[in-house]
Design a protein around this ligand. Structure first.
Ligand code: C2E
Ligand code: MG
Ligand code: MG
Ligand code: MG
Length: 279
C-alpha cells in the first residue's frame, strides 16, 4: 500500500513538472517555426517634440502572430527567446526591418531595442554595421535602446560593443530609466545620448508631487551631463504638459500614437501633418 501510495504521489507531481517544461518547449518550437514562417513583424511608435508637436522619430517594436492567429506580447516571449538564443536571429530581423524603414524616411530617428544577450555577443556591433551598409540607413539616425540591467549582466562585453557602436556614430539610449540600479554611475560611464524616463514616472507625473519631483531630478541630471530626454508612455494631455513644463523635450505614448505598421505610420503622418500638439 505504501508503495502504491508513493507511486501515486510521484505520478501526481511528475506530470505537473513536465507540463511547464512541455509548454516551454512548445513555445520554443513555435518561436523557431515562427522565424522560418515569417510570423514576426515590426511596428513603429511615433516620438514627438513636446514644444513643436513635430514627429522626430520612431521606436521599432517586435510583434509575433503565430500560425493559429494568436498574438504574443514581446514581454512574454522575449525572455524565452533570450534563454534559447533565438533572440539573436530575431533581433537581427528587427534591426534589418527598422533600418530599411529608416533608410527611406530620412527625417526620422529610429530606435531599436537590444537585449542583454545581443549586447554581449562579440559580433553585435559588426552585425549592426553590416546592416547599416546593406540597408543604406545612416548610423547617426539609428538609436540602440538598452536597459541598465542588460548592461550590468556582462559589463565588459557590453561596453566593448557600446564603444564600437558609438565609434560608428550610432546613438545609445537607456530604456526604462529610473527602474534599474545606480543610474548615476551608468550615465557617466555609458556616455549615452539619451535616457527614456520610464512609464511608471510618467503615469503619475501630472498628479503625484513625488513623481514630478523624480522627473525634475532626472531632467536636471540629464542636463548636467548633456544627455537628451524622452518620456515614455504618455497617455494624457496633462502628462504631456507636465513633462513639457519640466523641460523634458520629447515624448512617446498612446496620446501621440500607438505602435503601428510602417504603412499606417506614414498615413498617420499624412493625416495629421504634425502629430498632436499638446495644447
Ligand atoms: P519598451 O522598450 O520599454 O517599449 C515600450 C512599451 O510600452 C511597448 O510595449 C509599447 O507598446 C508600450 N507603450 C507605448 N506607449 C504606451 C502608453 O502610452 N501606455 C502604455 N501602457 N504602454 C505604452 P510592447 O511593444 O509590448 O513591448 C514591451 C517590451 O518588450 C519593450 O519595452 C521591450 O523591452 C521589449 N521589446 C519589444 N520589442 C523588442 C525587440 O525588438 N527586441 C527586444 N530585445 N525587446 C523588445
Ligand atoms: Mg524600448
Ligand atoms: Mg521602455
Ligand atoms: Mg521595457
Amino acid at each position: 500500500a505504501a508503495k502504491a501510495e508513493g507511486r501515486r504521489t510521484w505520478r501526481f507531481f511528475e506530470p505537473a513538472m513536465n507540463e511547464a517544461q512541455r509548454r516551454r518547449r512548445a513555445l520554443e518550437a513555435a518561436l523557431r517555426e515562427g522565424l522560418h514562417r515569417n510570423e514576426f513583424s515590426v511596428v513603429y511608435q511615433p516620438q514627438v517634440n513636446l514644444s513643436s508637436g513635430r514627429l522626430t522619430g520612431a521606436e521599432a517594436l517586435l510583434r509575433w502572430q503565430d500560425s493559429s492567429g494568436t498574438r504574443h506580447s514581446p514581454a512574454d516571449f522575449v525572455p524565452l527567446a533570450e534563454d534559447t538564443g533565438l533572440i539573436l536571429p530575431i533581433g537581427e530581423f528587427v534591426l534589418a526591418e527598422a533600418c530599411r524603414f529608416g533608410a527611406v524616411r530620412p527625417s526620422l530617428l529610429v530606435a531599436v531595442n537590444a537585449s542583454a544577450v545581443q549586447l554581449r555577443e562579440p559580433g553585435f556591433a559588426r552585425m549592426v554595421e553590416r546592416t547599416l551598409q546593406q540597408t543604406g540607413m545612416s548610423a547617426s539616425r539609428l538609436e540602440i535602446e538598452m536597459t541598465e540591467t542588460a548592461i550590468l549582466r556582462d559589463m565588459e562585453a557590453v561596453m566593448s560593443n557600446i564603444r564600437l557602436l558609438r565609434h560608428m556614430g550610432v546613438r545609445i539610449a537607456l530604456d526604462d530609466f529610473g527602474t534599474g540600479f545606480s543610474s548615476l554611475s551608468h550615465l557617466r560611464q555609458l556616455e549615452c545620448d539619451r535616457i527614456k524616463i520610464d512609464r511608471s514616472f510618467v503615469k503619475e507625473v501630472a498628479e503625484q508631487p513625488q513623481a514630478r519631483a523624480m522627473v525634475r531630478a532626472m531632467v536636471g541630471m540629464a542636463k548636467a551631463v548633456g544627455v537628451e530626454l524622452i518620456g515614455e508612455g504618455v497617455e494624457t494631455p496633462a502628462q504631456a504638459r507636465a513633462l513639457r513644463e519640466e523641460e523634458c523635450a520629447e515624448a512617446q505614448g498612446f496620446l501621440f500614437g500607438a505602435p503601428v505598421s510602417a504603412e499606417e505610420f506614414d498615413r498617420l503622418r499624412l493625416d495629421r501633418g504634425e502629430l498632436a500638439s499638446v495644447d
